[in-house]
Design a protein around this ligand. Structure first.
Ligand code: SME
Length: 174
């Protein structure tokens, strides 16, 4: 399926109503699952997830992964969007909080989050999902939007389950 996935064309950075976003994500995920079937390399999986979620989530200006390197540091991984910070310590920002606590961080207004790292000054809201495999924090999926409150609790729940399903199994090679 080198042609990618089939979704209604939507202008980049448009914030659709929440119900439309959930429908679009629900239409995209089975197609992304089919594209990834049989792949076990974590970078191949992360790169393709970043590419296809970028299409599925038009409200984003950054969509991709930070990988755990060392005890308490993240380094940028496969992504789409404006240039991201190269390294993030676990002690810093929304990504650091997700990595440190291994919990989903849904931040409707990044300016209200103490220690938020501003890689792109236009970012207004953020969703970060921890990637845990065999009891280890391996990466985080980071989604940023130039809109306030661009990620709902339902989207967070759907994406968390998807990340666990694809990157959680012991057969994935990090
Ligand atoms: N805003 C993030 C940093 C990563 S980038 O925006 C791509 C944070 O506070 O963790």
């Amino acid at each position: 399926m080198a042609e990618g996935i089939l979704l209604e064309p939507v202008a980049r950075e448009m914030l659709l109503p929440e119900a439309s976003r959930v429908l679009r994500l629900s239409a995209a995920l089975p197609q992304i699952r089919a594209v990834l079937a049989g792949e076990t390399d974590a970078v191949a999986l992360q790169a393709t997830i970043a590419c296809l979620l970028w299409e599925a989530l038009p409200q984003t200006n950054w969509c991709g992964f930070y990988r755990r390197v060392g005890e308490s540091q993240l380094a940028v991984g496969p992504y789409q969007g404006t240039m991201g910070c190269l390294r993030i310590d676990f002690a810093r920002g929304v990504c650091g909080a997700a990595a440190r606590t291994r919990t989903v961080q849904r931040v409707p207004d990044v300016h209200a989050f103490p220690g938020h790292i501003s890689c792109d000054a236009r970012s207004r809201s953020e969703l970060v999902i921890p990637v845990v495999n065999q009891g280890e924090l391996r990466a985080v999926l980071d989604l940023d939007s130039p809109h306030l409150d661009a990620f709902s609790a339902r989207e967070a729940e759907i994406l968390h389950a998807f990340v666990d399903e694809i990157l959680g199994p012991p057969g994935v090679v990090f």
